[in-house]
Design a protein. Sequence first.
Lengths: 121, 173
Amino acid sequence: MLLSYLPVLIMIGFVSFMAIAVLLMSAVFSPKNPYHEKLIAWECGLEPVGEANKGRFRVHFFVISILFVIFDVETLYLFPWATLLADKSISGFIFVEMIIFVAVLALGLIYAWAKGALEWV
Amino acid sequence: MMEQVFFYIFSIIAVISAISVISARSAVRSAFYLIITLMQVAAIFILLRSPFLAAVQVFIYVGAVMVLFLFAVMVLDIGREKLVAYMHHQSVIAVPAVIVFFIMGAYMIIRGGWNVSNAGFPEAALAKSSEVIGKEMFGRYLFPFEVVSLVLLIALIGAVALVLRGREKDKQC
């Protein structure tokens, strides 16, 4: 049973190897000529102010992240549901159940949309 | 045998990245190291024959919780220097608590009292664990499952309503 996860592991290992190899190659073979102007962060040609992770963010990101979290949880319930769909004897019944589940959450999405919470003004 | 090798690989990466979480200078970097740790825990769940828990780990912790962590880090704007101002001698209580916990954990590991067995289930039954969870969820626990959608709907509407109320206050100003 664990062997069925071997392709996943090989995939992750291959991708990590590629990423690390590319970074390592460019670190080894690239020409290096650092000076102060080159090392500072590029901020539209102006002098950089503070760090990138400091500063004021729009509260609007809050709505987007909460929406993401809620639909993420919804996707989680789709996972055991999808494994059961191949079973013909119950697939019709659980399909309707999941449609109801998704429809209730879609109400929330419609509410957020209609109230203009998704608009980026 | 191979399983143990993989367990040690995953747990060593998990411990190293967990140490990096608390030693990284920038809070955003800590958050990304925490993602690595949580992914390793998901891999260990798969070794424990529990693919559904692994999926929960990836969806909830790596997906949802990390988004909220990063959001809090970005919005609250807490640097190392500012963090000191928020510390009010928590370490006085935390250090003995951690030492006691560490000694208890070490004692239990050395005594070997915790054996993770397959709980009497054959390998073939464990392979179908997410189907079993699904059957229970969509059969006997159908009503709680549908209530979950209502709870999520309430959370969504609450969040949208809170933000919209703040926006109306901004307009008045």
